[in-house]
Every structure is written in structure tokens, then in C-alpha cells.
Ligand binder design. Structure first.
Ligand code: S3P
Length: 435
């Protein structure tokens, strides 16, 4: 039995809420805290299954980590040379971030290790990290088609390397910078377009010497990280469901507190504003090296747009929600250059297109994107989420503009990134029931 969401049509989102902590920053807080010297205390941590998989992996490698209360983690860092061989394969669950970043960490260890994941993660491409790591001297075996499980051979001597990435991927960039910590000489990564830079910010925050110049980041191996306090802002990727829900549901007025506003993450706000959304950014401040703000969003009529190419990597996780907004906009919305969406937790172009079609929305799928024809309302229907958390939450919000109930199947994985989603959304006014 898996979780099903049943969502009544109509309603509006109102009130004042804080969504859970940022997933990308939470993963990295565990990794850098574990590899640092001294104690790291993390507050605002995302207690979701993905980040807990990262936490358990470091515990299995001998790092003392405690969770004294909800959303709080203390880590007694063991330093860059302090990890121990895990007694069993490390299970990264549903998390591509955990598995790919761990490749960079494990490549530089003296011991062998194995990384495994759930059915979705076991289908995702890993050569994008294992190939460039091999250029640094790492040895990681993948399945025949480049998928997990991954066997990481320890005891390899890593050499710094000047990487020029062809895919705009923060996971790949981060894995290579992490491996650089254990490499001789300098490791540089140049990315084709800006992607989320939490790794770079956090390395500097933990006292590591990292040089940044435009789209290039460089570091030398052999330094040290120093434990510190980390305050994780609310996840803009989780806030995005509410930004879309409040935009499409007439009469909505919602305040989202303490949202991470790192400029490499705010593409969804830019895209929604181009569509006509009424989003105000209030009380901008910086906390622990990351910009944060409160967001006020009110319902507004949306127009279809051609999504600017440069915003694609900056909104890469928000497209399922943005497709729901596009389906309620006047006119057509066109997305291109987003083939990466096909290798996320599901094939998000096809799975979203199938779901939109099931609700009566006309759309045309392309290899690298989609064209969505906006309309007044969604029809009632049943959605197969394919176990993709963001697909499930996006279609839950669609009910705000539907003519009948929307049922979403296979919603267990909402707990990977947004524990408590249904409760928080119901409190704000969504007619959601968990079956
Ligand atoms: C992430 C990077 C992105 C994003 C993922 C989190 C990260 O993946 O989709 O949810 O924390 O580095 P890619 O690097 O594959 O684009």
C-alpha cells in the first residue's frame, strides 16, 4: 500500500507559513560537518528521507551524529582523514544528490565502498560523475548502462584536474570539488551555465580556500574544514508549490517565511513573475552565507510565456509546479533546452505531460521540453506520480483550479523532500486528504 492524495477542487491558500529546510543545503551540512574538524550544529535541517540517507551514511562511516530535536543535528566532525569503512553498502534511497556527491567523497578514501539506491535512483545516470572522477584517478564501477549500484575502489591516488562540464549540473560540479579535497594539486570546475552554488559557499564557510572566477571554481587538496553553526533556510523548491498554488487560486494571499533566495535558485520566481504572478520579496537578509527573504504571493491572472533559456538551470526542480501554472495561464507556454528533466526522479517531461493530459490539458512533448496550452480549469482525474515527490505535490496544487477532485497515486516519496506537506497545505486551505 502506498500513499494516495485525494484533493477536493477549489479553495484558496491563505496565511503565514514556513516550509521545511532546503534539501541541497541540508545534505551538504551533513557532509561538510562530518569532514570538518570540531563540532557542527545544524538548525532548520530538513528531516526528509533524502537527507536522512546522507546522515545515516556518515554515521555508518563512524561519524558521531545526533538529532537532539526536530530539525536540529549535531555532528562531531572527524576531519578529512577520519572516515572509516562502512560495514555494509550505503543506501542513498531516492536521492541523486546524495549518491553523486558521495562518489566525490568516497573516491578519495582508503577503503572500498558500495552505493545503492531505490528503484528510481537505480535507473539514473551516474557516468556524468564517474567519468570525470576517473580522469582524476578514481575507480568507480557502475552497472552496464552507467546506473547504480556503484562500487567505489578505495586507496587510489587522486590528481587535481581542470574539468569543463558539458551538463549544467550542481551535483557533478560538487562531486568533483569534493574529490578535489583529497587530490594532489589543483582541481577546477568550469560549468556551462550557472548552477546552485551551495557547495562553493559552504566550503568557504567551513574555512576552505576556494577561488571563484565567473563560472569557474578552483581548490587545492590537502586543506582542512572547520566545524561551525549552519542555519538552513526554508527550501525555495518546496515554497514553489505554494507560489504556484496561491497564484492560480483566486482569493489567495500567502506569506512564506525565511525562504532561501540564493540567486542560483530563484529562477522559478523570475519565471512566475514573467507570467504575471504577484510575488513580493520582503525583508531580504543574509544568514550564514545564504540570502533569505519572506515571500508574499497573491493570486493573479497568468499569461503563457516562452521560458528564457538562462533561467532553466536556475529553476530546474520547479518545472513540475511551473507546468501546473502554465496550464492555468492564458495562451501557450513553451519550454526548450530542458532535457535534464528527463533524468530526474522520474522523466518529468513525460510524466507531467501524461498527468496534464489526464486532467484535460493540451500539451505537446518534445525531446528537450514541452508546449502547454493554458485553459480555464483542470478536469477531474487520477494522476500516476511515478513515485516522484515533486510531480505529486504539483498536481495536488492543481486541484485549486479544478472542476472536480484530483487523485494522485504513489505519493510516499513526498517524504523525501517535504515531510508534512499535506498538513501544511491543508492548514493553508488546500482540500487535501491522505489515503
Ligand atoms: C541538486 C542539483 C540538481 C537538482 C537536485 C539537487 C544539488 O541536480 O535537480 O534536486 O543539491 O546539487 P543536477 O545537478 O542533476 O542538475
Amino acid at each position: 500500500m502506498t500513499t494516495t492524495f485525494s484533493v477536493e477542487p477549489g479553495g484558496a491558500l491563505r496565511g503565514d507559513l514556513r516550509v521545511p529546510g532546503d534539501k541541497s543545503i541540508s545534505h551538504r551540512s551533513i557532509m561538510f560537518g562530518a569532514l570538518a574538524e570540531g563540532r557542527t550544529r545544524v538548525s532548520g535541517f530538513l528531516d526528509g528521507e533524502d537527507c536522512l540517507a546522507t546522515l545515516a551514511a556518515f554515521q555508518a562511516m563512524g561519524v558521531p551524529i545526533e538529532r537532539p530535536e526536530r530539525q536540529t543535528v549535531t555532528i562531531e566532525g572527524v576531519g578529512l582523514a577520519g572516515l572509516r569503512k562502512p560495514p555494509a553498502p550505503l543506501d542513498m534511497g531516492n536521492s541523486g544528490t546524495a549518491m553523486r556527491l558521495m562518489c566525490g567523497v568516497l573516491a578519495g578514501q582508503p577503503f572500498d565502498s558500495v552505493l545503492v539506491g531505490d528503484a528510481s535512483l537505480s535507473r539514473r545516470p551516474m557516468r556524468r560523475v564517474t567519468d570525470p572522477l576517473a580522469a582524476m584517478g578514481a575507480r568507480i564501477d557502475t552497472g552496464e548502462d552507467g546506473t547504480p549500484p556503484l562500487h567505489v575502489h578505495g586507496g587510489q591516488r587522486l590528481r587535481g584536474f581542470l574539468h569543463t562540464l558539458t551538463v549544467a549540473s550542481a551535483q557533478v560540479k560538487s562531486a568533483l570539488l569534493l574529490a578535489g579535497l583529497w587530490s594532489d594539486g589543483e582541481t577546477c570546475v568550469t560549468e556551462p551555465a550557472p548552477t546552485r552554488d551551495h557547495t562553493e559557499r559552504m566550503l568557504v564557510g567551513f574555512g576552505y580556500d576556494l577561488q571563484r572566477d565567473g563560472r569557474r571554481s578552483c581548490l587545492r587538496g590537502g586543506g582542512r574544514l572547520v566545524g561551525r553553526a549552519v542555519e538552513v533556510p526554508a527550501d525555495i523548491s518546496s515554497a514553489a508549490f505554494f507560489l504556484v498554488g496561491a497564484s492560480i487560486a483566486e482569493g489567495s494571499d500567502l506569506l512564506l517565511r525565511h525562504v532561501g533566495m540564493n540567486p542560483t535558485r530563484t529562477g522559478a520566481i523570475d519565471i512566475l513573475r514573467l507570467m504575471g504572478a504577484a510575488i513580493e520579496v520582503l525583508d531580504e537578509r543574509e544568514i550564514g552565507g545564504e540570502p533569505v527573504a519572506d515571500l508574499r504571493v497573491r493570486s493573479a491572472p497568468l499569461q503563457g510565456i516562452r521560458i528564457p533559456q538562462e533561467l532553466v538551470p536556475l529553476a530546474i526542480d520547479e518545472f513540475p509546479a511551473l507546468f501546473v501554472a502554465a496550464a492555468c495561464a492564458e495562451g501557450e507556454t513553451v519550454l526548450a533546452g530542458a532535457e535534464e528533466l528527463r533524468v530526474k526522479e522520474s522523466d518529468r517531461i513525460q510524466v507531467m505531460a501524461d498527468g496534464l493530459s489526464a486532467l484535460g490539458v493540451r500539451c505537446e512533448v518534445r525531446p528537450d521540453g514541452i508546449r502547454i496550452h493554458g485553459q480555464a480549469a483542470f478536469e477531474s482525474g487520477t494522476i500516476a506520480s511515478h513515485g516522484d515527490h515533486r510531480v505529486a505535490m504539483s498536481f495536488a496544487m492543481a486541484a485549486l483550479r479544478a472542476s472536480g477532485p484530483i487523485v494522485i497515486e504513489d505519493c510516499d516519496n513526498v517524504a523525501t523532500s517535504f515531510p508534512g506537506f499535506a498538513g501544511l497545505a491543508a492548514d493553508a486551505g488546500l482540500g487535501i486528504r491522505v489515503l
